[in-house]
Structures are given as structure tokens and as C-alpha cells.
Design a binder for this molecule. Structure first.
Ligand code: FES
Ligand code: FES
Length: 162
């Protein structure tokens, strides 16, 4: 079957088997390997992408279900060569070691900051509770997301003062 979706602002169509999962559509059919595939059992969260602005686990979403919808992946975070503050935060605060969990963590973090621009540590920990990191112990991930929140707040203050 042909499945068409808008990915990071671009319309794409591929002829796929109906059972194809969204994570495989992205990685195998489109070569977009930024979205990782870790467990296939909906536990690790490294496969998180957005469908119509909502984070979903792409390993338990059929590509056909995303047909006709807007999908955003980690490749779409950077805009015109500018890193998203969440990406910057992960660099500044060492929010990754092996990096396997990072794409899903960053997509979830971006969704959190879009609905709650000033999350507490507890709120960040709750937001990423569906995701597993085997390396960092989570402290630097939480710090990275707080860093991004503070940077965005500072930018808002600058814009409103100018
Ligand atoms: S690969 Fe999707 S939750 Fe682990
Ligand atoms: S940085 Fe290695 S799993 Fe998170």
C-alpha cells in the first residue's frame, strides 16, 4: 500500500507492507536513522517521534496510522542550521554518553517545554519516565532540559524587552 505523510515539513510517499511500523518506515524506507529502535516492546522510548504534535512510540505505531498526518523526527529539530535549545542543552550539560536514548529523550523534552516552559525537576522526571537511559543516571538529562528551559526563558525576556 502507498502511505503518504508529511515528515519534518516534507511530503513523502512509500509503497510498504501494511504491517510496517513507523520506526521502520522512517529508518528502512526513508533512511532516517536518527530515530532509534531499541526494544520493540514499548519500554525504552528511544523511538519517540511526534505525530500531529504528540509524542508517540514509533515502534508501536503502524506507518499506515501516520498516513495523512504530520510527523516530526529528531532530524527536524534543527532549523536553518540552528540547534534547538534542547539539543544545545544536551551538549552543554553532557546529557548523553552513548547517545542511544538521546533522540527519544530530546523529542519528549521538546514536547514538555512546548506545553510547560518552566518544568520542575519532578515534572521533567515524570515526562521522561517512559524512557530508559542505561548510561547517564538521568541527572545530566534533567539538567540539560532545565538548561533549555532557562535559555528559552532568557530569550523571551530579551525579546519582550526589545
Ligand atoms: S523501540 Fe520503541 S519503546 Fe523501545
Ligand atoms: S546515553 Fe546511553 S542510553 Fe542514554
Amino acid at each position: 500500500m502507498d502511505v503518504t505523510m508529511n515528515i519534518n515539513g516534507e511530503e513523502v510517499t512509500r509503497d510498504i507492507e501494511p504491517r510496517t511500523l513507523l520506526v521502520h518506515y522512517l529508518r528502512d524506507n526513508l533512511g532516517m536513522t536518527g530515530t532509534h529502535w531499541g526494544c520493540d516492546t514499548s519500554n525504552c522510548g528511544t523511538c519517540v517521534v511526534w505525530v500531529d504534535g504528540e509524542p508517540v512510540k514509533s515502534c508501536t505505531t503502524l506507518a499506515a496510522m501516520a498516513g495523512g498526518h504530520d510527523v516530526r523526527t529528531v532530524e527536524g529539530m534543527e532549523v536553518d542550521g540552528e540547534l534547538d535549545p534542547v539539543q544545545e542543552g544536551f551538549i552543554q550539560c553532557h546529557g548523553l554518553q552513548c547517545g542511544f536514548c538521546t533522540p527519544g529523550m530530546m523529542m519528549t523534552a521538546r514536547a514538555l517545554l512546548d506545553r510547560n516552559p518552566d518544568p520542575s525537576e519532578a515534572e521533567i522526571r515524570e515526562a521522561i519516565s517512559g524512557q530508559i537511559c542505561r548510561c547517564t543516571g538521568y541527572a545530566t538529562i534533567v539538567r540539560s532540559i532545565r538548561w533549555a528551559a532557562q535559555k528559552e526563558q532568557a530569550t523571551r525576556v530579551e525579546v519582550s524587552a526589545s
